[in-house]
Design a protein around this ligand. Structure first.
Ligand code: PMP
Length: 433
């Protein structure tokens, strides 16, 4: 007998009826479900977004951490405050000053990566059914958090200069006209994950002006701002407007993700809510990690280390762009990022990134299909290619293997006369690169 999907699940999982409604939207991250195949040694993975941290001063770090425990163990291995260590919050203000932010240690709330800051902000603001407007495409992990709180994600288009202010205005007004509550706008102004695009300074000011007229809160998610590869960092949205922006930062890409330390800077009243949310979520963020990062910032030339990362990622980006120029078929297009980790590729008409993945992995190359970066099914003609982890020759080889897969798929499509878009691709917007 053919039972409907829901009944079959009920029979397999005795707790099916007991789960909270908010768990219904949860699904495995597109990236995580790829990890097993993509991490096989023969596969060049252009899928994951893992920073390449092998060049960190690991020996010095090991000595420093051993000394930290030896000399400060009873304190650094103890519980501490929910807001986070004051010394680290002061150092974070110094880091943020590179992007023009003038904040005080008291404005900062430390979190377990910026991922948890996203969670704290969302749980603080979102009732089921509230709308979050988010630039499209957006970071898959943010969409996952928003959906786990039963928010409706409405995407706003981007162009080369980032989120389009007029599209933002229209999306918010349309939601409000339909009686919906829009709680905030989510944006990744620097080297958006997955497109690699960066908002121009002018665009930032226009977005802030629209937010002002709409009385809209902005979430500025910024893990890649200091990883500009061709020039310096741009002023953050938060640097222009303190009261309308919640800024999220992270040490994951500029130092190491394993410490799981990020932070939020929020208007005073919101900050108090975030501290309460942090207290109920974790009691306090990881204390040892905070001391470890604080000592690293105090004793190591972290600016020079970021510069070394930039040189390393510049080489990898060059390998990716050279490879794409050499191996992509006519009709494909892609972004040329000025920083961060990712290139966003748009396939020729008629191809679908999800259905090509199995062939790609068979041909020993992996990527993330574009649909994971939209909440509404768009992105089927896109894929995210990351250049952060494999060495440059491998990245180049990965693009060559991808080129083979696409050439074959185009051959098949032409043989079967599929010159018009497949049904899945028909709702895909034109490439934004
Ligand atoms: N935001 C964006 C845009 C990201 O790309 C990531 C990680 N890939 C995060 C937030 C979360 O990073 P973390 O929790 O390590 O700080």
């Amino acid at each position: 007998m053919n039972l409907p999907e829901q009944r079959r699940e009920t029979r397999l999982d005795r707790y099916f009826d007991a789960y909270a409604a908010r768990t219904k939207g949860l699904k495995a991250s597109a990236v995580r479900s790829l990890f097993a195949v993509a991490s096989r040694p023969e596969v060049v993975s252009l899928a994951g977004g893992m920073p390449n941290i092998a060049d960190l001063p690991l020996g010095n770090l090991a000595d420093s951490l051993a000394d930290l425990i030896r000399t400060g163990g009873p304190q650094v291995l103890q519980y501490s405050s929910a807001q986070g260590e004051e010394a680290l919050r002061e150092q974070i203000c110094e880091v943020m000053s590179l992007e023009g932010i003038a904040a005080q240690a008291d404005d900062v709330v430390i979190s377990c990566g910026s991922q948890q800051a996203l969670d704290l902000v969302t749980r603080t603001f979102i009732e089921p059914g509230d709308v979050i407007v988010a630039e499209g495409p957006s970071y898959v992990g943010a969409i996952g958090v928003f959906q786990s709180y039963q928010a409706q994600v409405v995407h706003v288009a981007m162009d080369e200069a980032g989120l389009i202010p007029e599209a933002l205005r229209q999306a918010v007004l349309a939601c409000r006209a339909a009686g919906r509550t829009v709680k905030f706008c989510y944006t990744i102004p620097n080297f958006n994950n997955p497109t690699g695009l960066r908002q121009t300074v002018e665009r930032r000011k226009e977005i802030l002006a629209v937010a002002e007229t709409l009385d809209l809160l902005l979430i500025e998610d910024n893990p890649y701002g200091l990883l500009a590869l061709d020039d310096g960092p741009l002023p953050a949205l938060r640097s222009f407007e303190a009261e309308r922006v919640i800024y999220l930062g992270s040490f994951s890409k500029t130092f190491a993700p394993g410490f799981r330390i990020g932070w939020a800077v929020a208007p005073a009243a919101v900050k108090e809510k975030l501290i309460l949310a942090q207290e109920s979520a974790t009691l306090c963020p990881p204390v040892f990690s905070q001391f470890a990062i604080s000592r690293y910032l105090a004793t190591w030339d972290w600016r020079a280390q970021i510069d070394r990362f930039r040189v390393m990622y510049r080489d990898r980006r060059a390998a990716m762009l050279e490879g794409l120029d050499a191996h992509m078929p006519a009709g494909a297009s892609w972004t040329r990022p000025g920083g961060g980790f990712f290139v966003w590729l748009t396939l020729p008409e008629g191809l679908d990134s999800q259905s090509l993945l199995a062939q790609a992995v068979t041909n020993r190359v992996a990527y993330v299909p574009g649909t994971g970066f939209y909440a509404d099914g768009l992105g089927s003609r896109n894929m995210r290619l990351s250049y952060c982890f494999p060495p440059p020759d491998q990245i180049y080889e990965g693009t060559r293997r991808l080129g083979e897969v696409l050439a074959e798929a185009i051959d098949v499509a032409q043989t079967f006369g599929l010159t018009t878009p497949l049904p899945l691709a028909s709702s895909n917007p034109e490439p934004e690169n």
